[in-house]
Design a protein around this ligand. Sequence first.
Ligand SMILES: NC(=O)c1ccc[n+]([C@@H]2O[C@H](COP(=O)([O-])OP(=O)(O)OC[C@H]3O[C@@H](n4cnc5c(N)ncnc54)[C@H](OP(=O)(O)O)[C@@H]3O)[C@@H](O)[C@H]2O)c1
Length: 427
Amino acid sequence: MEQVNIALAGFGTVGTGLARIMHENGEWIRRRLGKELVIRRVLVRNPEKERSFVLGPETEITADLDSFLLAQDTDIVVELIGGIETPLRIVTGALRAGKHVVTANKALLAEKGPELFRLASELQRGLYYEASVAGGIPIVQTLKESLAGNRIRHITGILNGTANSILSDMTNNGMDYAAALGQAQRNGYAEADPTMDVEGIDAAHKLILLIRLAYGQDFPLARMGIKGISGVDPYDIELARAFGYRIKLLAIVKEHSGRLQAGVFPYLVGEDHILARVDGPFNSILLEGNGVGPIMLYGQGAGDLPTGSAVLSDIMALASGKPPNNTGFVEAVLPEASTLEPELTTTRHYFRFTALDRPGVLAAIAGVLGERSISIAQVVQKQHPVGRGVPVVFLTHTAQVRDVEAALSQINGFSFVLSPAVHYRIL
Ligand SMILES: NC(=O)c1ccc[n+]([C@@H]2O[C@H](COP(=O)([O-])OP(=O)(O)OC[C@H]3O[C@@H](n4cnc5c(N)ncnc54)[C@H](OP(=O)(O)O)[C@@H]3O)[C@@H](O)[C@H]2O)c1
């Protein structure tokens, strides 16, 4: 049987997960592919380290990047290291040496995607990345192939399992942010440095990849509005709940008359909305195509076997010998996205002010909102003081972010407002 030789850069969580599925499903893979997949070599930092999966004698383990890249018998290079610098060297080196590449690295593809896809296209090599967005959920293939004929109206995703598990613990188990982060780290959902996950950057990277697949445009990270969850106060989770909402970190892109609006923000999501029920480390993507209508995908966004399963699907697609389809578009270089300014976003809003309890406060705040055409849907003044002030919560009808920012800055300047307004968008 023909053999397809794989060189695996990185043998951590995803690398071992991949090796385990390839081993467990070896017979099944041979039946589907008519070829045998062989992990010929593995690149790691420390070849002596004990691994949770023991590779067979056919696999060489090395820490020497040059010999790893120069090996003549490799067909497919799989990059599962993470970060940018070394993966960029591996991916470009592998493509230039005529190999196909599979990666799970969203940061690399969000930041260096245009140059890497151009190189892969020039060299007619595959650069596949199913595992880079939402782990085990097959969203890349879905957008690239299954929905290729649809115009995508919007995508709304819970794309970061770490942030979602923290928010779930804060909502369901009454934890504060620090306790929920600690729990996520103990469960293995959060890294020692959780910045990329909790500040929304990882979700933004994934959204850039989804935009490329759905719209054939490169959306610059610098033009994307991004806010994470590290500032979420349990008090707002409690208030949101009382109004019938849950707080979720959402990555959203919408098309408005040919221009794209995209961002990552914590949102209030109605508790009967399908995304409100996505809890813990799970991911979900809700999208709408003009032919297919709404679709929702749900599954494990991380973990050794789910992510390994997505990497394996790319390896099998490339090993099949079909001509590669990297972005789902024929152009070698995709155009930069035509974007709508983030401040022109219209959505509903939640504000919490902490103000002195005295007459005229509500009227003054409502007056500023009215001047900016922000129409109020609900107002609640809580009875229990917080420090010297009382919380006043406003839920609005749809209003433009630009007007909201101007109104909040004016209201924050009032002498009776004791701390800056807390603001969330409502889905
Ligand atoms: N973990 C997930 O659930 C998940 C989900 C989706 C996507 N991803 C992506 O998949 C990639 C891998 O993630 P992971 O969680 O598997 O990472 P990981 O557990 O930290 O494993 C990284 C591996 O890369 C090796 N490595 C790191 N730096 C290296 C260097 N300079 N030279 C050679 N080898 C090096 C490490 O070697 P040693 O073992 O010797 O230290 C380790 O085997 C990342 O891009 C990540 O964003 C991960």
